[in-house]
Design a protein around this ligand. Structure first.
Ligand code: F6P
Length: 362
């Protein structure tokens, strides 16, 4: 019987996932003559035994497609799994034994788990109970410490930058202060990159809690120079000094809290200070996660996919592929968990921002 590998995509989707699925499938078939099984909706499909064979035919044309053809779930943690009861209520159970049993039944050489910090923590838990898993890092937030870049991030930055460009012309025409809220739960990489590339006047990120008075005085300085509009890029996790990130929906045992409202909160404060201006908010939301990946993200996804298959071939179970400089390498999954890569408030990007007159709020 031919050897077999499996692949699943967990957590929030992002552009480039399909490039990984395609590369894993092609490399496994072309170079090793292995069979490939796609597991649907992340660890949920492993629990519910929902699989599909992946062939050269089924991954054709995938490079340009956003999302993930396998589907994903960000609630299917095998160790805290939400089970629907007959009366409609939900009960949280540890179903890791069932998941491990289903995995063993598949007789995989290894499972390629593509995901962010949450998915890697689940993978690590299963690895410690004997599963054979290799990882591929994924998140548009680019906040995984294991790697210099995750695919999806660059696509999100392109989309956010284009939005900032477009907001500029309309803000200028109407003398408006426009806030553009971008994704970035704990890390402000997207806000920082799109804000700098788009020439924002103020960039607010979770790593630098802001003081309202600094933002007000940055806008006043512009007005004193005769510039009557301003663009503020706000990461969704941005918070005032001494305050918290704006939460739209509280989380629970199986669900992360939903952030939302960071830009609205600040806009209300600014409207009080600048009553002569219209203060408007644009929230980009999931637009940043959808659609065609950039060439960089397709290439990175393809490199990660082939790298992951090589890890399996080399017996490097428990490793996650990573980009260091321009080289694909790997690190233990356990080292990639729980430690986020944040924007350094005194690092190069923050300095570049300050040196070009961008207000960072503190
Ligand atoms: O982690 C990636 C991310 O896009 C964050 O920037 C954002 O906070 C979160 O996912 C949103 O997740 P969901 O789509 O589940 O609301």
């Amino acid at each position: 019987m031919a050897k077999r590998i499996g692949i699943l995509t967990g957590g929030g989707d992002c552009p480039g996932l399909n490039a990984v699925i395609r590369a894993v499938t092609k490399h496994a078939i072309i170079s090793y003559n292995w069979d490939v099984i796609g597991i649907e909706d992340g660890f949920q499909g492993l629990y519910e035994k929902r699989y599909q064979p992946l062939t050269s035919g089924s991954v054709r044309g995938l490079l340009v497609r956003g999302g993930t053809i396998l589907g994903s779930s960000n609630r299917a943690n095998p160790f805290r799994y939400p089970i629907k009861l007959p009366d409609g209520r939900e009960e949280v159970r540890d179903v890791s034994e069932e998941v491990l049993r289903n995995l063993a039944e598949l007789e995989l050489e290894a499972l390629v788990a593509v995901g962010g910090d949450g998915t890697m923590q689940m993978a690590q838990g299963l690895l410690e109970r004997g599963a054979r898993i290799v990882g591929v890092p994924k998140t548009i937030d680019n906040d995984l410490s294991a790697t210099d870049f995750t695919f999806g991030y660059q696509t999100a930055v392109e989309i956010a930058t284009e939005a900032v460009d477009r907001l500029h012309t309309t803000a200028e025409s109407h003398d408006r202060i426009i806030l553009c809220e971008v994704m970035g739960r704990y890390a402000g990489w997207i806000a920082m990159a799109a804000g700098l590339a788009g020439g924002a006047d103020v960039i607010l990120i979770p790593e630098i809690p802001y003081r309202l008075e600094r933002i007000v005085s940055a806008i006043e300085d512009r007005k004193a120079k005769g510039i009557t509009f301003s663009i503020i890029v706000v990461a969704e996790g941005a918070k005032p000094l001494g305050g918290e990130s704006a939460v739209a929906v509280q989380g629970d045992l199986t669900r992360q809290e939903k952030l939302g409202g960071a830009a609205d909160r600040l806009a209300r404060e600014l409207a009080r200070h600048f009553s002569e201006h219209d203060v408007r908010v644009t929230v980009l939301g999931h637009v940043q996660r959808g659609g065609t990946p950039t060439a960089f993200d397709r290439l990175l996804g393809t490199r990660y996919g082939t790298g992951a298959v090589d890890l399996v071939a080399e017996g490097k179970i428990g490793q996650i592929v990573a980009l260091r400089g321009n080289t694909i390498t790997s690190v233990p999954i356990k080292d990639a968990c729980g430690q986020l890569k944040l924007v350094d408030p005194r690092g190069e990007l923050a300095r570049v921002a300050r040196h070009t007159g961008v207000e960072l709020g503190a």
